[in-house]
Design a protein around this ligand. Structure first.
Ligand code: SF4
Length: 94
């Protein structure tokens, strides 16, 4: 995944520290900037795929990204389990 989208972000001329807030109010303020950003989706994809743990990316807080990754893992695990069960089913059962 490239980083071309970064030059189009609403935050491109802002102090990066703004997106690494130390409290919930700071998170809300950063998320408000992200809300109108045209590259919110690639920004979030980047943070998720690079396991970026700190800061606000793509309008999400650190906790929100952890939840997204946890859900994605759970979905993958259950899909794998379902596929395993399916492969154990005897084929051509009468
Ligand atoms: S979504 Fe937020 S952090 Fe990402 S580029 Fe846009 S303004 Fe910056």
């Amino acid at each position: 995944m490239g980083t071309d989208w970064m030059s189009q972000g609403k935050c491109k001329d802002m102090d990066p520290a703004f997106f690494f807030p130390s409290d919930g109010v700071g998170v809300k303020l950063a998320q408000a900037v992200c809300a109108g950003c045209p590259v919110q989706e690639p920004c979030l994809d980047y943070a998720l795929s690079h396991r970026v743990q700190e800061g606000v990316w793509g309008g999400t807080s650190e906790c929100q990204r952890k939840r997204i990754l946890r859900r994605a893992r759970a979905t993958r695990t259950s899909r794998t389990a379902a596929e395993t069960l399916e492969s154990l089913e005897p084929a051509g059962r009468p």
